[in-house]
Design a protein around this ligand. Structure first.
Ligand SMILES: Cc1cc2nc3c(=O)[nH]c(=O)nc-3n(C[C@H](O)[C@H](O)[C@H](O)COP(=O)(O)OP(=O)(O)OC[C@H]3O[C@@H](n4cnc5c(N)ncnc54)[C@H](O)[C@@H]3O)c2cc1C
Length: 543
């Protein structure tokens, strides 16, 4: 993973000529964007300023005794690679050589027992612990905050990887939590199975990180969120092991599993998971449907969802997002004519819909959905658009790097609400972000996408683009983020549909959880983590 951006060192996705021209014009960046070369590159690795190490020699020795001296690292590169996640703010700070902090050491345990022992030592020695899965958090979940402790370590779970057991009859698998999503899918493929969990961050996210943040994948409208796939969890806490029994269903009181899923390392470290999997699909079918406008498309999707005809993949873009998608369709250096014919001839919004499964089932389900979408005004434009989407489905984070190179502020804010509140939520949040960014005297573009649909509502993801304010990137971003968050909370929508709470949403999540809900979670944390070493400053403010 690049330390200053996203992705594999060998892969870059440059801006297409169309996207550079669209954004250059709209954001007032003119030809500087994309065509004249990068204007804002990252400083050299050696120029990054790191804080003094405060971990005591005695504490370090105790950690080395557990995992081995080679697996406790305090060198600059290890610390830099574990400074934070991959949010816009993380990247801006990193590129300027001023991360907000760094762990004093990175510790790599190799087993559940080693994690338990590390946490016990950290509780005794008063060392904060930030669990590190794939390192892709975009809500400040990996910020190296020490809270009331004298030092902070990053607990990198990459050695805790592997497919541990397969139960073909029950269609469940046991997995070590540090396993990266691509490795898991590759192992499952050998058994003709799939988890079907493909977040945009798929290339790097770990399965434990996905569970800890309640993540969703691109096909979660069909496969379900990660929480729906989790049957059981094994957790190491500073007080010992906590295991939620892996059962298909249970009425034995409130579900412990539900307290752990989404807990973002505040109670302990998820070390293993029992996951529900499915037979690998024989067919992946994706296609494009064009609607006259976003509201009509939402209504058609609502009717489809409530008639139990939800496609596995649903990505409905509004007019602006559709244009951005089409202009950026040259991902990976390959021309991907994402419904290009659509925009040449008319205005409209594009929905990518898809089904995965056995051939007969895909055909039957597709017919059901498409009948309803066409009845709602949808105009099918065929598989070319679907194939183009599939070919570039993991390219967006690389495009973000290219935009940062050219001085563009770019971020995504996400939420979910009921069908009846969707239209007004979209308008309110868009207006709030535009007004906040207008104060910086630069135009902003705010696009919107429905990326997951449910019986009762849907998620909205806002893509925000503006010319970045040199030297004031953080305040500019904060103005937009606060405006969006206030609008979301004010409308009674969720502060996060899938990115989680981390540090960035903690203050806003309090409104959603309520005072008693927040203090109940804090009390549980105090019970499982009395010294307060687990991921301080995340999820609940001040804990
Ligand atoms: C470009 C980009 C696209 C993204 N797209 C999506 C998307 O489509 N859907 C989506 O849901 N999210 C998305 N995300 C957010 C992020 O990828 C998810 O939250 C993901 O689930 C995090 O997994 P990870 O392994 O990288 O966790 P990390 O980033 O390493 O950790 C996330 C949080 O969980 C904690 N944690 C990690 N592992 C454990 C563990 N084993 N036990 C306890 N706590 C743990 C960490 O301390 C941290 O607070 C995206 C992020 C980026 C950068």
């Amino acid at each position: 993973m690049r330390w200053w951006g996203w992705g594999h060192q060998s892969r870059r996705v440059p801006l297409t000529r169309e996207l550079a021209s669209l954004l250059g014009e709209a954001l007032g960046l003119g030809e500087a964007l994309g065509l004249a070369g990068a204007t804002q590159q990252a400083v050299a690795l050696s120029e990054i300023a790191l804080p003094e190490i405060t971990l005591l020699a005695r504490s370090r020795q105790r950690l080395e005794q557990i995992v081995g001296s080679a697996w406790v690292r305090g060198d600059a590169v290890s610390r830099i690679l574990h400074c934070g996640g991959k949010s816009y703010l993380d990247l801006v700070r990193m590129r300027s050589g001023a991360p907000e902090g760094a762990p004093d050491a990175v510790v790599f345990p190799a087993s559940h027992d080693q994690v338990l022992a590390v946490l016990a030592v950290c509780a005794e020695e008063r060392i904060a612990v930030v669990p590190f899965g794939g390192g892709t958090s975009i809500v400040g979940g990996l910020a190296p905050l020490r809270g009331a402790q004298h030092a902070v370590i990053s607990l990198d779970l990459c050695r805790l990887a592997g497919l541990l057991a397969v139960d073909g009859a029950s269609l469940t698998v046991s997995v070590a939590a540090g396993t990266r999503a691509p490795a898991l899918e590759a192992w499952l493929a050998e058994h003709d199975l799939t988890l079907g969990h493909y977040p945009d961050s798929f290339e790097f996210a770990s399965i434990g990180g996905c569970a800890a943040t309640r993540s969703v994948g691109q096909a979660s409208s069909g496969y379900g969120r990660i929480d729906q796939a989790i049957q059981g969890v094994r957790v190491a806490t500073p007080r010992g092991e906590l295991s939620a029994a892996a059962l298909p269903a249970s009425a034995a009181g409130p579900a412990l599993r539900e307290l752990i899923v989404g807990s973002e390392g505040m109670f302990g470290v998820i070390t293993g998971l029992l996951l529900r999997v499915r037979t690998r699909p024989a067919l992946h079918h994706y296609e494009g449907v064009v609607f006259d406008d976003f509201d009509a498309a939402c209504e058609a999707l609502r009717l489809a969802a409530q008639d139990r005809a939800t496609p596995d993949v649903v990505r409905l873009s509004d007019e602006l997002q559709t244009n951005i998608l089409l202009a950026g369709g040259e991902a990976n250096g390959r021309r991907a004519p994402l419904g290009r014919q659509l925009l040449r001839s008319r205005h409209g919004v594009l929905a990518i819909v898809g089904w995965e499964g056995q051939r007969d089932a895909v055909s039957r389900r597709r017919l059901h959905t498409m009948t309803l979408l066409q009845r709602g005004g949808g105009d099918p434009i065929g598989e070319t658009a679907g194939r183009a989407w599939a070919a570039s489905r993991f390219a967006t984070p690389y495009v973000r790097d290219a935009l940062l190179d050219h001085g563009v502020m770019v971020d995504q804010f996400e939420t979910a609400t009921s069908w009846s509140g969707l239209g007004s939520l979209r308008a309110t949040v868009t207006g709030a972000i535009e007004a906040a960014l207008a104060a910086y005297g630069t135009p902003a573009l705010v696009g919107c996408q429905v990326s997951h649909v449910y019986l009762t509502g849907a998620s909205l993801t806002f893509t925000v683009l503006a010319r970045s304010y040199p030297g004031g990137e953080e305040t500019q971003w904060r103005a937009a983020k606060d405006a969006a968050s206030a609008a979301i909370v004010g409308a009674g929508a969720t502060i996060s549909h899938h990115h989680g709470i981390g540090r960035d949403h903690a203050a806003w999540a309090a409104a959603e959880l309520g005072p008693l809900g927040t203090s109940a979670l804090a009390a549980l944390k105090a019970h499982l983590d009395p010294a307060g070493v687990m991921n301080p400053g995340k999820v609940i403010v001040g804990v």
